[in-house]
Write a new protein. Structure first.
Length: 130
């Protein structure tokens, strides 16, 4: 094995693992249950979720799946348009779009980081199984 062969193999595995993560999300996008999709794509700390509006921590029962761009204004059930808000913040927001741009940017950053973490985890599994 040459000096670069291991490096090239790692790049190929990384690419394959990114494709696996993308395929998983493509399958998930077809799921009509947007609430489950919101919870599946939001990190929790042992069952505790942080509301991005008020910053307080809540259990899953006290969180609502919120459409960043409201459905009444054409928002989709895409994981990029879903966030978890506490019940109070979600009801206060209604179909208001004042913070939509900031929420969409924050959500995209969160999901990109989540995807990187998933690929990193798959890469570590691949290396352990060699």
């Amino acid at each position: 094995m040459g000096i670069f062969d291991g490096f090239i193999k790692n790049i190929a595995e990384d690419r394959q693992n990114r494709e696996i993560v993308e395929m998983y999300h493509d399958m998930q996008e077809r799921d009509p249950d947007y609430r489950a999709k919101a919870f599946d794509n939001t990190d929790s700390n042992h069952g505790w979720y942080t509301c991005p509006r008020c910053g307080r921590k809540f259990r899953a029962d006290d969180m609502d799946a919120d459409h960043i761009v409201p459905q009444s204004r054409g928002g989709s059930d895409s994981r990029y348009n879903l966030q978890l808000l506490c019940k109070h913040c979600n009801r206060s927001k209604g179909n208001d779009m004042d913070d939509t741009w900031d929420d969409l940017k924050r959500r995209e950053r969160e999901l990109r980081q989540q995807d990187r973490d998933d690929v990193k985890y798959l890469n570590e599994l691949s290396r352990k199984n060699r």
